[in-house]
Design a protein around this ligand. Structure first.
Ligand SMILES: Cc1cc2nc3c(=O)[nH]c(=O)nc-3n(C[C@H](O)[C@H](O)[C@H](O)COP(=O)(O)OP(=O)(O)OC[C@H]3O[C@@H](n4cnc5c(N)ncnc54)[C@H](O)[C@@H]3O)c2cc1C
Length: 466
């Protein structure tokens, strides 16, 4: 039977859920607050015609569902895979790297460990001791270490402090924009295990151009082609709960009511909480959402008048405030102008920087870049810059919170959640968002008695015990 479904939120999670529900033959309307689709992967052209990105986005070899989606949309080949190397640049111009080899896992890590000369043998051995739980810990172990911060876990294994400061600080800041003392050990150890277990899992790729043209645009076009309706500039603010405990309508900020058989909320967690009806907010499942908020982060793009680095890959930096960055002039061919550098940097931790004006933020980021490439930037100038502040970006995976992450099915029979914060293997990432959208759609189809495998390949559905 054809059902009417409203999806709120036009990020990757909402777009994925909408498309999957359309593929199952339902009538879908998607409501997005901004004029722009894509949420945290959104990008727009500025007055010069240059793309401004919400954030620096890389794909990992470990991803699966987003690749399946991109293959279906015919855009998978827009991912340009880079050399399998983690390169760290440092103040003063020094650098070190971990290069993996084309050997079966875990032998592929051996050259990375032995060819790295920045860390001493005892330092590397201190990390080797922790490899067993990272690689083979399993779900129960990862769940158990959610109670502690990554920093405490690191120290509990006696891993060297230099490795924490030089290698893992930029890594946790790149992962969720949080320093090691604020992030759960679970997410760092679990993600590291995923990356280390399979040879190409930590390989990284960049889109050949803007995510608006290479990912979210084609996804939205496909939704419309399948008969879905997308309304941008339509934020939702409340929902109506009927006496039989079903959602009967959702209301936009303009006061327009949308009725439907079922609803998928694919909103960032801080906005989701505002929409949940008061009658439900005290109930366990929905009350758990109060534990979450988003992490602040800033994205800065700098256009240089020349090329300051040839490195065509992601770069990490343990010094200053740009834990992860890339020269899009090298990584992203469609962004290249005369071969000049165009640095995109994640600025984190960003909490104390959010109130600074753009000029000061750009000054600090340019100084960090100059300290990593002192010679190349000596006579270079920044000719243009953009600053994007995201006060609440990905959900904050603080110690002890993982058990509160909700399933996509809720105790309300016609209400479903999607988003990076909901329960799936890849946390708040592009893969996590797509996976959550698929799971939300599958949970809905399951509830209405349609096997999700009829839409596409079989997928595990997480059911909430209602
Ligand atoms: C700086 C940065 C860098 C990142 N880098 C990477 C990376 O390298 N690799 C990776 O895999 N992931 C990365 N991520 C994470 C990734 O972008 C997110 O996990 C993913 O995009 C989340 O998608 P989502 O649909 O769950 O949420 P969102 O993208 O936040 O989508 C939610 C949507 O809901 C809309 N909305 C909000 N309120 C309302 C309302 N009231 N009514 C209607 N609509 C509403 C929003 O406008 C938004 O479009 C990065 C994130 C950031 C911020």
């Amino acid at each position: 039977m054809r059902r009417s479904i409203v999806v709120a939120g036009g990020g990757l999670a909402g777009l994925t859920a909408a498309r999957r529900l359309l593929m199952a033959g339902h009538d879908v309307e998607l409501l997005e607050k901004r004029e722009l689709l894509g949420g945290k992967v959104s990008a727009w052209r500025d007055d010069d015609g240059d793309w401004v990105e919400t954030g620096l986005h890389t794909f990992f070899g470990a991803y699966e569902e987003i690749f399946e989606l991109m293959r279906e949309l015919g855009v998978y080949d827009e991912i340009l895979w880079k050399d399998h190397v983690l390169k760290y640049t440092m103040a003063g111009g020094d650098s070190f790297e971990f290069r993996t080899a084309k050997l079966p896992s875990p032998l592929h890590l051996m050259p990375a460990v032995f060819q790295n000369h920045y860390f001493s043998i005892p330092e590397k051995l201190s990390l080797a001791r922790a490899l067993k739980p990272i690689l083979f810990g399993g779900e129960a172990y990862y769940d158990d270490i959610d109670r502690m911060s990554y920093q405490d876990w690191h120290h509990s294994f006696g891993i060297s402090d230099k490795m924490l400061k030089r290698m893992f600080v930029p890594m946790t800041l790149a992962l969720k924009f949080l320093p090691p003392e604020e992030i759960s050990a679970k997410i760092v150890v679990d993600v590291s295990g995923t990356f280390l277990r399979a040879r190409d899992a930590s390989k990284m790729g960049f889109l050949s151009g803007s995510p608006a043209e290479k990912l979210t645009g084609p996804l939205a076009d496909d939704i419309v082609r399948r008969g879905g309706r997308i309304r941008t500039g339509t934020g939702v603010r409340s929902m109506g709960l009927s006496e039989d405990r079903r959602i009967s309508w959702i209301e936009s900020t303009a006061g327009e009511r949308f009725q439907a058989d079922a609803f998928v909320l694919a909103l960032p967690i801080h906005n989701l909480r505002r929409v949940i009806p008061d009658e439900l907010r005290a109930e366990g499942f929905f009350a758990n959402l109060d534990h979450f908020d988003g992490v602040p982060v800033i994205t800065v793009q700098l256009w240089y008048d020349r090329q300051i680095t040839h490195i065509d890959n992601i770069l990490f930096c343990p010094d200053g405030r740009i834990p992860v960055y890339a020269d899009l002039g090298n990584t992203t061919p469609e962004y290249s102008v005369h071969g000049n550098s165009r640095i995109e940097a994640v600025v984190a931790p960003a909490r104390d920087l959010m109130g600074l004006d753009d000029i000061e933020i750009v000054r600090r980021v340019s100084a960090d870049i100059a300290s990593c490439f002192p010679e190349a930037t000596a006579s270079a100038s920044v000719v243009k810059s953009t600053v994007v502040r995201i006060p609440q970006s990905v959900y904050r995976p603080a110690p002890g919170l993982d058990r509160y992450r909700p399933t996509q099915a809720t105790p309300i029979s016609n209400l479903f959640l999607a988003g990076g914060y909901t329960r799936q293997r890849f946390y708040d990432s592009m893969e996590g968002a797509v996976s959550s959208g698929n799971r939300a759609a599958d949970a809905l189809l399951d509830r209405y008695g349609v096997a999700s495998s009829a839409v596409n390949g079989p997928r595990e559905v997480v059911k909430h015990p209602s």
